[in-house]
Design a protein around this ligand. Structure first.
Ligand SMILES: [Zn+2]
Length: 260
């Protein structure tokens, strides 16, 4: 536990003492924060023990279930099956928080359940518009050659990116959100490009449909590449988005014309 070496031992003792008393603390004291402090101090098992107790006694406390899941995955070795249970409880309490649950299920090879959770996050009933959901769902699907569904995830990614370009404030935090969205779209495009390069018989049709989806979104007004939105961005950012739009168009051309 290398981190504990740089962490003041008196602080760690205080936290441990607090952790022992946690059952007497009000919910507002945030046991999940206490557990995180323990973990940051190098004592992940201590954080896990604390949250196991607390979450059992407080079944409605979302943060303790969610953080328990995170910490169980940080244990060596990770306790993924137990983390899945903790994440599932957290998701039952807050349906938009299934992202880590989906990843944990996928890590255990429970692909159908992982896909269902991801689908729920980006689908019409729970459109979280958290761009991570559509991005990671797309990676998950492409890695498993589930390319029809990957086209749908790509669509959700475009919608989420559109919302970021439209709504992110013009400050540093907004710039960070836009740059994250740009990175996700670049990775998405690179993923489709690799699929086209794979030469699989059905690849071309899938890539064409996915990239046509990107173009259609421009016509229908939910694309991140719309000029009226890009025109409001700082010069340097605008160029990067236009360059990406051009790359998407040339990938579509390649998929249509067979020169890839
Ligand atoms: Zn993810």
């Amino acid at each position: 536990m290398p981190k504990s070496r740089t962490y003041p031992s008196s602080r760690l003792d205080q936290l441990r003492a607090l952790a022992e008393k946690v059952d007497g603390l009000p919910l507002s004291a945030g046991p999940h924060l206490l557990a995180k402090s323990l973990a940051e101090a190098g004592d992940v098992p201590g954080g896990v023990a604390l949250l196991r107790c607390y979450s059992t006694d407080h079944p409605d406390d979302f943060p303790s279930h969610y953080e328990l899941g995170r910490m169980l995955e940080r244990l060596k070795p990770p306790q993924t099956d137990e983390a899945i249970v903790a994440y599932a409880v957290a998701r039952a309490l807050r349906p938009a928080t299934g992202h880590e649950l989906a990843h944990a299920l996928a890590r255990r090879g429970r692909d159908e359940e992982a896909a269902a959770v991801f689908r729920g996050l980006v689908g019409p009933s729970h459109p979280s518009f958290d761009i991570r959901d559509a991005a990671c769902y797309g990676v998950f699907l492409k890695e498993r050659s589930r390319l029809d569904e990957a086209g749908t995830a790509s669509h959700a990614l475009i919608v989420a990116a559109h919302r970021i370009i439209r709504d992110a404030p013009a400050d540093t935090a907004g710039a960070r959100q836009r740059s994250q969205a740009l990175a996700y779209l670049k990775a998405e495009l690179a993923g489709w490009s690799r699929i086209l390069d794979s030469g699989r018989p059905t690849a071309r049709g899938h890539v064409r449909r996915a990239m046509e989806g990107w173009k259609i979104s421009e016509r229908l007004g939910y694309s991140p590449f719309e000029e009226r939105l890009l025109a409001q961005l700082p010069e340097a950012e605008r160029g990067a988005w236009r360059a990406l739009r051009n790359e998407a168009e040339s990938l579509l051309d390649s998929a249509r014309n067979g020169d890839h």
